[in-house]
Ligand binder design. Structure first.
Ligand code: IDP
Ligand code: MG
Length: 138
């Protein structure tokens, strides 16, 4: 079993897409083993996206990620990382496959509704960033 961190970003929460996104997650056979709504501050968004610190969009991205509440979830399945990224679609919604969350709901390359870990090591870091062991169910 593999684990990944999913986030419904501030734009997704603000547009009331949480129910639709969670429905897609459950229908795809990804098990939700942790879930919380939190609002990141600028510093905590910067820590989460530290790998992107040198990118030109870092300031804007971390501002966006701290503008309102997010819903963070731990998803578990065989190949959870790639399964969730397939449901999300490409970073740029214009390149995303039909029927993916980003293609259906994103409005901008930055405001792309959802986050997903990209590898096992980043999934571990990201899950631990949001959740402690007592907050995760079997
Ligand atoms: P990912 O979310 O598909 O893994 P990353 O390359 O890790 O994509 O980028 C993290 C986030 O940064 C993206 O989801 C998006 O919100 C934002 N982002 C990525 N590339 C750009 C860009 O070229 N302009 C503005 N924002 C971007
Ligand atoms: Mg990424």
């Amino acid at each position: 079993m593999e684990r990944t961190l999913a986030i419904i970003k501030p734009d997704g929460v603000a547009k009331a897409l949480a129910g639709e996104i969670i429905l897609r997650i459950e229908k795809a056979g990804l098990k939700i083993t942790g879930l919380k709504m939190v609002q990141l501050n600028k510093k905590s968004a910067e820590g989460f996206y530290a790998v992107h610190i040198k990118r030109p969009f870092f300031e804007s991205l971390t501002g966006f990620m701290s503008e309102g509440p997010v819903i963070a979830m731990v998803l578990e399945a065989d190949n959870a990382i790639s399964k969730w990224r397939t449901l999300m679609g490409a970073t740029n919604y214009k390149d995303a496959e039909e029927g993916t969350i980003r293609r259906d709901f994103a409005t901008d390359i930055e405001r792309n509704v959802v986050h997903g870990s990209d590898a096992e090591d980043t999934a571990d870091f990201e899950i631990n960033y949001f959740f402690n062991a007592f907050e995760l169910c079997a």
